[in-house]
Design a protein around this ligand. Structure first.
Ligand SMILES: [Zn+2]
Length: 394
């Protein structure tokens, strides 16, 4: 059962593809009318079948950065009811806008995930994602309201207040980040709190995790773990529905997805304020269109690594090129480095030249401090700087 929009989520493929074609044609007309960039690129291009999409121009993260703030908007600001600032390509600012219809659709798409995870009007859903850095939070609030569950959107400041909320409000679902879920699990273990004394049944994580992490959280919190899988610049929640079989089904009635050279491309079919054509997500992915025991027909997405060196530090994006730019301001400029993201900071191992290594030890400490300060000042980033001897090539 557990399917909210049976008509769309389980639509036979031929009907779904016909719907996508009609929505794509309508989208092209809107883009030509309202967005100068697309008007110039599209000219009088028409499409007769979905395969014709290969003839349409792509949109890149660089295009979004160039068009900042409102160059990609298809509607005047008076029709836009919400703006979500975010960090885009290389940490440049990015903004997405939503009309009232966009917001309603977003809520509906997230509600599909909540229903697939077993949420009903009888549930209490707590959304705890660290708003500010993660704009998916409002999607979950709207989604829970769509399902008519009771939603708590208060962000506790500290694990103690989080625990107090779980104990007094008794949410049955917690929507949170993998880091927060891990911290909660460790706290319960450390304080010997029995997980069933909370009333949680499901934890919905803001992004996919490894099978091991999922199993550890399920065993440690005694809950079912579900994952969200989104594309930050387009829709960080509500892009896919994870079903009982653990497959991410793309909501293909609203997003046309393709894989070009191993990279996920997305066209937003219904988005009004900022529709995007063939957006190159810089995410490696494979798509499978096959029967799933859950009955959903949307393509199954298997997300792979980022292709643009983008890392995630405490839920905020960080690009390797940003690290190189900061290092360029220090005496370690031009040296090779290796990055590892820890829970609350970033470990940067810099391969030192023999010239720099010949300095006495206090000089090296001095250099580490200089680099650490540079990262704190420029990116607000806590780093652990390690100076290492050059690794063998490869
Ligand atoms: Zn499925």
């Amino acid at each position: 059962m557990k399917v909210l929009d049976r008509r769309y989520e389980m639509m036979p493929r031929d009907e779904l593809e016909q719907l996508q074609l009609e929505r794509l044609q309508a989208l092209l007309a809107r883009l030509k009318r309202n967005v100068r960039r697309y008007r110039e690129l599209l000219g009088d291009t028409r499409i007769e079948s979905l395969a014709d999409i290969a003839r349409l121009p792509c949109t890149t993260p660089e295009n979004l950065a160039e068009a900042f703030p409102y160059g990609m908007f298809a509607l005047p600001l008076r029709e836009v009811v919400r703006l979500h600032p975010a960090l885009g390509f290389r940490g440049t600012p990015l903004v997405t806008g939503y009309t009232r219809t966009d917001l309603a659709q977003w809520g509906r798409l997230v509600a599909r995930q909540l229903v697939a995870s077993g949420v009903t009007a009888n549930d209490v859903v707590q959304v705890c994602l660290g708003s500010g850095v993660y704009r998916g939070a409002s999607g979950y609030v709207m989604g829970a309201e769509t399902v008519e569950a009771s939603v708590i959107a208060e962000e506790p400041f500290h694990i103690d207040s989080q625990l107090a909320m779980l104990q007094s409000y008794r949410p049955t679902m917690l929507v949170t980040t993998p880091d927060n879920a891990r911290e909660l699990m460790k706290t319960l273990q450390h304080r010997r709190i029995d997980p069933p004394s909370l009333h949680l049944r499901t934890v919905l994580l803001s992004r996919p995790v490894s099978r091991e992490t999922r199993q550890a959280l399920e065993a440690g919190l005694l809950v079912a773990v579900r994952c969200n899988c989104g594309v930050d610049e387009i829709l960080d929640s509500g892009f896919c529905v994870e079903c009982d079989a653990g497959h991410f089904h793309v909501n293909e009635d609203q997003f046309l997805v393709e894989v070009q050279d191993g990279e996920l491309g997305v066209t937003t079919l219904l988005r009004e304020a900022v529709p995007l054509l063939r957006y190159r997500t810089r995410i490696a992915a494979t798509l499978r269109r096959e029967k799933c025991p859950c009955g959903r027909t949307g393509a199954i997405l298997e997300p792979g690594p980022r292709l643009d060196g983008r890392l995630r530090v405490r839920e905020s994006p960080l690009y390797e090129c940003q690290i190189a730019e900061v290092l360029a301001q220090t005496r370690a400029a031009g040296h090779r480095f290796h990055v590892e993201v820890a829970e609350r900071h970033v470990i940067i191992a810099i391969e030192m030249s023999s010239a720099l290594f010949s300095d006495v030890m206090w000089m090296l400490t001095d250099l580490q401090n200089e680099i650490q300060n540079e990262f704190k000042t420029r990116l607000g980033l806590d780093t652990d700087i390690r100076l290492i001897t050059p690794r063998d090539a490869g």
